[in-house]
Design a protein around this ligand. Structure first.
Ligand code: ADP
Ligand code: MG
Length: 706
């Protein structure tokens, strides 16, 4: 039966008929009528017109209509159904390699049919391979046929019906008037939400398909404006909700005996201007009754840890507990050691909390956390488990916050809310967020930026080399290690299989052990090669890491466990194998492990093209960006360009609610509008604001707060 694109709602099947597909719809996140209405086409097919074969051009995707003059199954080589149709101007052969008897019947000689597909020419005449066919009955649809994003088991036909029904039932009344988009062109002001959605699901054939595909059509603009407004409103709402919560006032103590002062005095270096500035920004937040919600961003090696330590000191000086949570055990350990080194001599009681810990050690840690004896707690997400009860947590610091999943961030948030007193929250990240992105996703966060590296760093020189140069690289490693320098070798990341990661790392380890045979450290002891991977027991990991930190291990082969935060200033060479497999910000993070001391450091990106003749365009762009710049902000900007904001923020891993329609690299003007509009709407029309957020974000609103 031909489907009329703009079929009236009363012809759609009742909701119960859809129940078999509910699961598939839920998989797409389409549970409410409004979700269906907001599920927009990826592209469109034009079934509104019939093209005469005599007027057609090779390569066009067209719909033709004609009489079947021949229909038989051929066995020449591969079994196929061959159908010839004549449209009065010419003939066309339709070929099907997969077909059902029912299809054969529908395409019997004498039937009048429509076929839609790509026309191929040839000296035998026109052909179409696997065209869509249907009987030529009824009028042609008046609108373009939408093609929606879908999942396996959910056909376009079923999805279209569901969407049509959802569109008819959903409340699409405007929450803001088209005229509110005053800053924009006349065209923007004509579109209501209802009009825009009706149009985008079933556009008239006279529309420029380009403006639909690149989302520049005013109907798209309306939807983007709606979406951005919803984001801004929900962020603003959670900011205002937080403003009603109460946090302890943590005041900087400037007396000589105060921790904060003693720590500053004892540091082996002076703070950079940027460190001093962000430390002050944080202190000002913590001195208020409102919980801080601040993101501290700074390139790898910018020195965020000491800022965290100073903030912790302010907290402890005021008599409150501080917790520092890191995404991996290694990183937590590193912080623990560093903070211990700085704070323990000052008499601070610090405890350590991770997932696999000896029962006794753990019990004691829990006890001193609960009694308040522990002033600083350092650990992994083991901290957010139910058993952990803080006595009086005043400040929670999350390092590399983007590496925690949404669920973990939410759990921490819930954990922290107790007794009507909320701790201050400081999040740290070495993946700087471009301003546009920060404005949209983190409108609910205050951002402090360390935009200056500590003095005395020599920039890391990056070389991009083909795999074939592997032996040259090994030679260079031997020379470096013989001079007493240390080297990281990061093994290929094979996403599909942790086991493969492991076998690769193990193999490379053996290879490097061979390569280093006979090489001695300057003190005469043989150079050791260590192996570190995620499957190793914690104590083995620790032993290897300690060996590297203390300098016995000259070369550390590892999977990406070293990705975050490890700090060994003597390491001066980083080799990343199969670098083409890594994301840009990941490469930058890895590279940040070297160049921490005064020695000239280098990063070698080894790439291979596998079976392909050359690297993909994006892989080449990434490696080039790495060779071009050491600046984390510039890298972030390029990464955003190459990947788009969705992937940039790791939507896939964390399931964050992302912008579906707006594109921050293009829709700056709409974002500015939404930012200005959100507070006005929340003040003047709170009900409409609530309705708007509910419509667009529904159950996802909570995630945006995480
Ligand atoms: P990140 O911001 O990547 O977490 P770290 O806090 O690990 O960086 O600091 C990197 C290195 O720089 C550490 O060895 C740290 O002790 C050192 N460092 C931090 N601040 C300064 C400073 N102002 N002057 C000199 N060295 C510093
Ligand atoms: Mg760090």
């Amino acid at each position: 039966m031909p489907r009329r694109a703009a079929a009236p709602a009363d012809k759609t099947p009742p909701a119960t008929a859809l129940s078999v597909t509910d699961k598939a719809l839920a998989q797409l996140g389409l549970t409410r009528d409004i979700d269906l209405a907001l599920h927009l086409p990826l592209r469109y097919e034009d079934e509104t017109r019939i093209v005469r074969l005599a007027d057609a051009r090779e390569g066009d995707t067209v719909q033709i209509e004609g009489q079947v003059t021949r229909c038989d199954v051929q066995y020449g080589g591969r079994r196929q159904l061959v159908v010839t149709i004549n449209d009065g101007s010419d003939t066309c052969v339709l070929r099907f390699f997969h077909f059902y008897p029912s299809q054969q019947k529908a395409l019997a000689v004498g039937k009048r049919i429509r076929a839609r597909g790509e026309l191929k020419g040839g000296f035998m005449g026109w052909t179409m391979l696997h065209p869509h066919t249907r009987p030529a009955e009824g009028d042609l649809p008046k609108a373009l046929t939408p093609v929606y994003p879908t999942v396996a088991g959910l056909s376009q036909t079923v999805l279209r019906k569901a969407i049509l029904a959802g569109l008819a039932r959903a409340d699409l009344s405007d929450t803001f008037e088209p005229g509110d988009l005053q800053a924009f062109s006349e065209a923007h002001r004509l579109w209501t939400l209802h009009g825009a959605l009706q149009f985008l699901h079933h556009p008239t054939p006279d529309v420029s398909l380009d403006t639909l595909h690149d989302h520049s059509h005013p109907a798209w603009q309306r939807l983007k404006a709606e979406e951005l407004l919803a984001q801004q409103l929900s962020q603003l709402q959670s900011r205002r909700e937080r403003a009603r919560l109460v946090a302890p006032q943590l005041i900087v103590h400037v007396e000589k005996e105060a921790l904060h002062e003693r720590l500053l005095k004892n540091l082996p270096f002076a703070l950079t201007g940027a460190q001093a500035r962000v430390t002050e920004e944080i202190a000002q937040d913590m001195a208020r009754h409102v919980p801080m919600h601040r993101l501290l961003q700074g390139d790898v090696g910018a020195g965020k840890t000491v800022v965290a330590a100073l903030s912790a000191a302010v907290c402890i000086d005021s008599g409150w507990q501080c917790a520092l949570m890191a995404p991996t055990e290694i990183l937590a350990q590193q912080h623990f050691r560093k903070l211990l080194g700085w704070l323990e001599p000052l008499g601070i009681r610090t405890v350590w909390l991770i997932g696999n810990q000896k029962a006794k050690e753990r019990r004691e840690a829990l006890q001193s956390i609960a009694s308040g004896e522990a002033q600083l707690v350092v650990g992994t997400h083991a901290m957010i488990q139910d058993k952990v009860q803080f006595c009086n947590l005043g400040l929670a610091i999350i390092d590399e916050q983007h590496r925690f999943g949404v669920a973990q961030r939410l759990a921490l948030k819930r954990k922290l809310e107790h007794d009507g007193m909320e701790p201050h929250l400081l999040m740290m990240t070495a993946t700087p967020i471009p301003r546009t992105l920060a404005m949209s996703y983190y409108a609910d966060l205050d951002v402090s930026t360390i935009d200056e590296l500590p003095p005395g760093r020599t920039p890391v020189v990056t070389r991009v080399l083909h795999e074939a140069r592997r032996l040259d690289v090994m030679e260079r490693i031997r020379a470096q290690v013989a001079q007493g320098r240390q080297v990281y070798w990061v093994c290929p990341l094979i996403e599909e299989s942790e086991a493969l990661d492991l076998s690769n790392a193990t193999h490379t380890h053996i290879e490097l052990v061979d390569a280093m045979a006979g090489v001695n450290l300057p003190d005469g002891s043989p150079a050791l090669v260590g192996l570190l991977h995620s499957r190793m027991p914690a104590d083995e990991k620790k032993a290897v890491m300690d060996g590297f930190t203390q300098g016995h291990i000259g070369v550390l082969v590892s999977t990406t466990v070293i990705e975050v935060g490890v700090d060994v200033p003597n390491a001066s060479l980083m080799v990343i194998e199969n670098a083409q497999r890594f994301g840009l910000s990941q490469l930058h993070q890895l590279r940040g492990r070297v160049g921490r001391g005064a020695a000239a450091s280098a990063c070698v990106l080894l790439y291979s093209t596998g079976d392909a003749p050359r690297l993909s365009e994006t892989a080449r762009e990434r490696l080039k960006a790495m060779a071009d710049t050491n600046d984390g902000f510039e890298i972030a900007r390029r990464d955003l360009e190459i990947r788009g904001p969705g992937e940039f923020l790791g939507a896939r891993q964390s399931g964050d609610a992302m912008l579906r329609f707006a594109d921050l690299t293009q829709d700056q003007a709409l974002l500015d509008w939404a930012r200005a509009e959100a507070p006005k709407m929340l003040d003047r029309h709170p009900q409409l604001a609530r309705k708007h957020v509910e419509r667009w974000l529904g159950g996802k609103a909570e995630f945006l707060k995480a």
